[in-house]
Design a protein around this ligand. Structure first.
Ligand SMILES: Cc1cc2nc3c(=O)[nH]c(=O)nc-3n(C[C@H](O)[C@H](O)[C@H](O)COP(=O)(O)OP(=O)(O)OC[C@H]3O[C@@H](n4cnc5c(N)ncnc54)[C@H](O)[C@@H]3O)c2cc1C
Length: 392
């Protein structure tokens, strides 16, 4: 078993960290306050190649293998102070580009993956609905057959990147077959299609530089050429991508954990009370030790998934564990940092409280952790552990 990164991966890590620290998140505090999408930073990410890291070179990407992609994303999360920008990148890659990569036709890949990799198109994933969150299979958005194509009707909500997105991967109901799993289909829908309405922006607690919104489809005509996979295969298309979303999307959070840990060590060594540095109090130093334990366990789990995907293996069980463990570890680490920093951890100007606000979304998006635990128990053989039967 070889735990060493290659020379190239180590060099890439350094290069990404330098880029992210110098070029990204300069206005993170103000952008967070205003809830502003940092378009200039998005452009910088595109120029640096971030938006095509896992995409093969023939479709305009960098063609990184899965483990190298994880290493790069972790470095991005470590170096970039703006977690919302990184989350926007993640949604673009793992909510949109990955669908085209795994299920797109050659024509779809040429048409959409190239501009997505170049960052000239922004991607989003439109799955959740007002009445269908964890219970994905109960969605009511429909895609009815209309001539050669389909007509889309329905409302999707909580869509990250929604207000600025150009390309949506949309899951919709195409049939009423006996099995709920056969009733959905996946489509590539562009924001310039008639009847696509970016209805409302949704202000939120954290990750405020990733715009989130409600998107309506009011009789949107979608050509059959925009169907991803075959009709009725939307659910398997969705489930085959979620192991990527549940693990790769959380790689930057491991980087963020390391950044927060380092800030906490600095604070423990520099802040003095009672004539000594606060790190000399076990109540301060032990939570920092716990940060490191969580960081290393999270990283090991994630790298293992990178290795498994590179070998072409299924990693659903591991990705489910990673989603739960990394998202909860980040919340605990950010909470610990607030405590170590005292009042400074609570002030908006210092950025520590932002880490906590940003972290709190992780246990909810990509399927809540309660639902993930149900899935995990089912995968372990506990019958009926996930009462809904759905994946999110
Ligand atoms: C920051 C953020 C970004 C998001 N981005 C997107 C996006 O880009 N695209 C998109 O489509 N969606 C997105 N979502 C929505 C997300 O996928 C849903 O919030 C999530 O699937 C849960 O659905 P819900 O919010 O409707 O909660 P509900 O399903 O109503 O759940 C409410 C509570 O009940 C629990 N619960 C429900 N069912 C079960 C069960 N079977 N077993 C145990 N507990 C259960 C949940 O764990 C939760 O605690 C995002 C959400 C957040 C917070």
């Amino acid at each position: 078993m070889d735990f060493e990164l290659t020379v190239e991966q180590r060099a890439l890590r350094k290069e990404v960290i330098a880029f992210a620290q110098q070029e990204l998140g300069r206005d993170a505090a103000a952008d967070d306050r205003e809830g502003r999408f940092p378009r200039e930073d998005w452009r910088r990410c595109a120029e640096f190649g971030v938006l095509g890291w896992p995409v093969p070179e023939e479709y305009g990407g960098r063609g990184f293998d899965p483990l190298t992609t994880i290493v790069a994303l972790e470095a991005l999360g470590y170096g970039c102070r703006d977690n919302g920008l990184v989350f926007a990148v993640n949604n673009h890659l793992w909510g949109c580009a990955i669908y085209l990569l795994l299920h797109g036709t050659e024509e779809q890949k040429q048409r959409y993956l190239r501009p997505l990799s170049a960052g000239t198109l922004i991607g989003a994933h439109a799955l959740s609905e007002p009445e269908a969150g964890s219970d994905v299979l109960s969605m009511t958005t429909t895609a009815e057959r209309d001539g050669d194509g389909y007509r889309l009707h329905g409302t999707k909500c909580f869509i990250s990147n929604g207000p600025v997105a150009d390309v949506f991967v949309v899951l919709a109901r195409t049939g009423d077959g006996a099995r709920a799993q056969d009733q959905l289909s996946a489509f590539v829908v562009t924001s310039d299609m008639p009847g696509v309405v970016k209805a409302r922006e949704l202000p939120k607690m954290g990750l405020r530089t990733t715009p989130m919104g409600v998107v309506e489809f009011d009789g949107t005509p979608v050509p059959a050429a925009n169907l991803l996979g075959r009709e009725g295969a939307g659910y398997p298309v969705f489930t085959s991508t979620i192991e990527w979303e549940r693990s790769f999307m959380f790689a930057p959070q491991v980087g963020a954990m390391e950044r927060i840990l380092e800030t906490s060590v600095q604070q423990a060594n520099s802040r003095e009370q009672f004539g000594r540095t606060i790190g000399t109090f076990q109540a301060v130093s032990h939570p920092i030790a716990d940060m490191k334990i969580r960081l290393e366990l999270a990283r090991t789990l994630l790298y293992r998934i990178g290795w498994m995907k590179r070998e072409g293996r299924l990693a659903l069980l591991e990705a489910t564990m990673a989603k739960i463990f990394i998202s909860e570890s980040l919340v605990q680490t950010a909470m610990g940092a607030v405590e170590v920093h005292g009042a400074r951890g609570y002030l908006t100007d210092d950025g520590i409280e932002r880490e906590l606000r940003d972290a709190l979304g992780g246990p909810i998006y990509a399927g809540t952790n309660a639902v993930q635990r149900g899935i995990l128990a089912e995968l372990l053989g506990v019958r009926g552990a996930l009462s809904s039967g759905g994946p999110r």
